[in-house]
Design a binder for this molecule. Structure first.
Ligand code: SF4
Length: 480
């Protein structure tokens, strides 16, 4: 018990036996399979850094439940300082991984469910909050990695959960028993799912009375009977199994590693059920989770951008262009774009507020603005990085050619940049920049934590537009 080392985290994953499928095959050990090693490494860094003295203040905190020192990824925020430190922690980890490190989704889920179960108990006389606290104590004491499973497949999006032809398109209760419930359905695009210890499931949208069976939150261990994981494909994912250099970021991958989680009549004991039928609270849970996760993006993505800006500068040096004024200008622009989203994350943290449960939540309007800026700024940062790099990021021969006994010398000769720097350095930087700016890595910035339209809906709801209208009427002396 207590905070785990990275190696203890890996070993703890070997102790569980989830059903995981990848490219049509069942995976025996996620920790030891090449397709998952980078994702496990990225999550493992959240354990490793928490034990490093230089990150202690950011990555560890005192539990308000036990008084013990815990990993911040299992903490419930209790101040503005907690909210700000979360953002700084995510930037610090992102700088090291250059990729998603996954653990924040479950962390945000813990905070959302913590506060909403409190509100529910106050209004409905239920006992969800005490149940959740018991579960949370275990998460903190064992330093568990929890995925946050919110997004349902949704089927026909013009229809509510209860209107779908196939009821499994949203996770729902199929049986209520004395000792618990049985659930079926699926959660899609779940980050870090295959290398977590369990899943914290939450509803995906506001629900009405007809959708009460779909208003559900619960925890399920990753290897519970009936839980199946199907790992998603990523850009260039076969490179993970047949080369190192061509991966660009072989240590930590290009994204979090998302999976489809199937629940095929899965039993959940009552002690792990935190919302069951109280449809009026589904929206609040979604908004609190979404706010927390959107708050994050100006933290983790700024960390990634720091690494990408460094890659762009290094590549410019290797290619002999770093003195060109337009290169400097592009790098400044990238820094400006990155620091802008960081400012947004810090701002929504500072404007956060306490909830009735005593925990703190970031400002929802500013958190959504943060994420909307991320959907744009990260693409622009990537575009500038590719501009600096040149077309070489899309045309470079493979590592196999670089190592080939006969043609390797040609690859090196014609990959050479400035004479003093080895050609392989340019090769490595080109691949890293490719990995960080192509395909799946960008989609994560667009759709992770909510697509642009979802952000705009919440911005519109929270913007107090009538107040703005009244301001105009007053200035223009327009009568009510
Ligand atoms: Fe964490 Fe960022 Fe990955 Fe979300 S995208 S899980 S906030 S690292």
């Amino acid at each position: 018990m207590g905070m785990m080392t990275a190696e203890q985290y890996r070993e703890s994953l070997r102790q569980v036996k989830p059903q995981v499928y990848h490219m049509g095959e069942k995976v025996e050990s996620v920790v030891d399979h090449l397709a998952f090693v980078p994702h496990v490494n990225a999550a493992a860094l959240t354990y490793e850094m928490a034990l490093a003295p230089q990150f202690e203040e950011l990555m560890t905190v005192t539990s308000h439940l036990s008084g013990d020192k815990i990993n911040r990824f299992t903490h419930i925020h209790h101040s503005h300082d907690d909210l700000v430190k979360k953002v700084k922690m995510l930037r610090a980890v992102g700088q090291q991984t250059g990729s998603c490190f996954q653990r924040c989704v479950g962390h945000d889920g813990l905070n959302a469910v913590y506060s909403v179960t409190y509100d529910m108990d106050q209004k409905m006389g239920t006992d969800y909050h005490q149940r959740f606290i018991k579960f949370l104590r275990e998460v903190q004491a064992k330093d568990l990695m929890i995925s946050g499973a919110m997004t349902d497949p949704k089927g026909d999006r013009s229809l509510p959960p209860s209107g779908q032809k196939d009821s499994d398109l949203y996770v729902h209760v199929v049986e209520r028993r004395n000792d618990g419930i049985v659930v079926s359905g699926a959660k899609a695009q779940i980050t870090g799912a295959v290398n977590s210890h369990g899943h914290l499931v939450m509803p995906t949208a506001a629900m009405n009375k007809e959708d009460a069976d779909y208003a559900l939150s619960f925890y399920v261990p990753v290897d519970a009977p009936g839980v199946i994981h199907i790992f998603g494909r990523q850009t260039n994912d076969t490179r993970k199994c047949d080369c190192i250099l061509d991966q660009g970021n072989a240590d930590y991958g290009i994204v979090g590693g998302e999976a489809l989680i199937i629940f095929d009549k899965v039993f959940i004991p009552w002690e792990h059920v935190f919302l069951c039928g109280e449809y009026e609270f589904a929206y609040e849970l979604v908004e609190r989770f979404a706010t927390a996760h959107r708050q994050n993006y100006g933290g983790c993505k700024t960390g990634l951008a720091d690494a990408l800006i460094g890659t762009s500068l290094s590549l410019a040096q290797v290619q002999g262009t770093e003195q060109a004024s337009h290169i400097r200008d592009k790098l400044v622009e990238m820094i400006h774009l990155a620091e802008t989203i960081y400012c947004c994350s810090i701002a929504c943290s500072c404007q956060g507020f306490p909830l009735p449960a005593g925990s703190y939540m970031a400002d929802p309007l500013l958190a959504n603005v943060t994420k909307l800026n991320v959907t744009r700024n990260i693409y622009e940062i990537a575009r500038l990085a590719q501009d600096i790099a040149g077309g070489v990021i899309a045309t470079t021969p493979s590592e196999m050619d670089l190592r080939h006994p006969k043609i390797g010398k040609y690859v090196k000769k014609y990959m050479q940049g400035v004479a003093e720097i080895p050609a392989e350095t340019r090769f490595r930087l080109v691949r890293l920049l490719e990995a960080m700016t192509c395909g799946t890595a960008l989609v994560e910035s667009l759709h992770g934590a909510g697509s642009p339209q979802a952000l705009k809906i919440m911005i519109w709801r929270r913007a107090n537009i009538e107040h703005k209208k009244r301001l105009a009427e007053r200035l223009a002396h327009i009568e009510e």
